[in-house]
Design a protein around this ligand. Structure first.
Ligand SMILES: Nc1ncnc2c1ncn2[C@@H]1O[C@H](COP(=O)(O)OP(=O)(O)OP(=O)(O)O)[C@@H](O)[C@H]1O
Ligand SMILES: [Mg+2]
Length: 229
């Protein structure tokens, strides 16, 4: 059965689609079978995946893509769960009903928040929904300018804050324009490192055993190198 990650935030433009695409691609780059579901009628993730198909070829995007209306999400998740390791859901802003169904279907909710008072206030509603459904949550500060004091102040106000913060970086937007993600364009850039760090945090919550198994060989290789030295 797949682990389901829903990216939700009632506030528009917080970075849901950008973060959902980046998480999904980073998970697929770790040799996982990943499905993405777009339940936002704006269809931003659908546009992105269409460009991706034109670029890589249909069936070669590394992701299974599905666009459904909110009320069909639980059926779609159940269907895709059988054949995938992770399902990532991009949800729409401003609609409590859709957000609720996507949150109900999830093992983990990722809530992107930009460092602004209005984003902070809007986050409370999404946090309440997640709390009501008893689903684990990580709030991710997104689009954070360098040395932002406001971001630090806002972080203090937020519960369930992820350790990872995503900076305000052009590559997060420009990569999506060409149907890709930062980790595919430059795996070592700061944006890619931030996404990898976020995915590591996500895996530690939804798939802790798998994460440990992946870490174990690295640790023993390090031990061996030390012993050989
Ligand atoms: N970390 C970032 N750095 C730079 N730009 C970003 C970052 N995250 C998001 N953006 C930009 O911010 C804008 C909003 O992002 P996005 O569309 O992902 O938000 P959203 O929450 O999905 O919006 P909506 O509520 O309309 O669905 C886009 O132009 C996107 O390119
Ligand atoms: Mg969106």
């Amino acid at each position: 059965m797949a682990k389901v990650i829903t990216v939700a935030q009632q506030k528009g433009g917080a970075g849901k689609t950008t973060v959902a695409a980046h998480i999904a691609v980073a998970l697929s780059q770790k040799a996982n079978r990943v499905a993405v579901i777009d339940i936002d009628p704006q269809g931003s993730l659908s546009y992105w995946h269409k460009i991706r198909e034109e670029k890589f070829g249909e069936g070669y995007t590394g992701l299974t893509f599905s666009a459904v209306s909110g009320w069909r999400v639980s059926g779609e998740v159940a269907r895709l769960s059988k054949t995938h390791d992770y399902v990532v859901i991009d949800s729409p802003p401003h609609t409590e009903t859709e957000a609720r169904t996507a949150i109900r279907a999830a093992d983990l909710i990722i809530i992107p928040v930009q460092p602004s008072p209005t984003d902070l206030w809007a986050t409370k509603a999404t946090l309440e929904l997640a709390k009501h459904e008893k689903t684990p949550v990580r709030v991710v500060l997104n689009r954070v300018p360098a040395n932002s004091r406001l971001a630090a102040t806002i972080a203090d106000e937020l519960p369930e804050l992820a350790d990872t913060t995503l900076g305000n970086r052009v590559i997060f937007a420009s990569s999506l324009m060409e149907g890709r993600c930062a980790t595919e364009i430059d795996p070592n850039c700061t944006a890619s490192q931030e996404i990898k760090s976020l995915v590591k945090e996500i895996l530690a919550i939804v798939s802790p055993v798998i994460e440990e198994e992946e870490e174990a060989p690295k640790k023993s290789a390090k031990k061996k190198a030390l012993a050989d030295a």
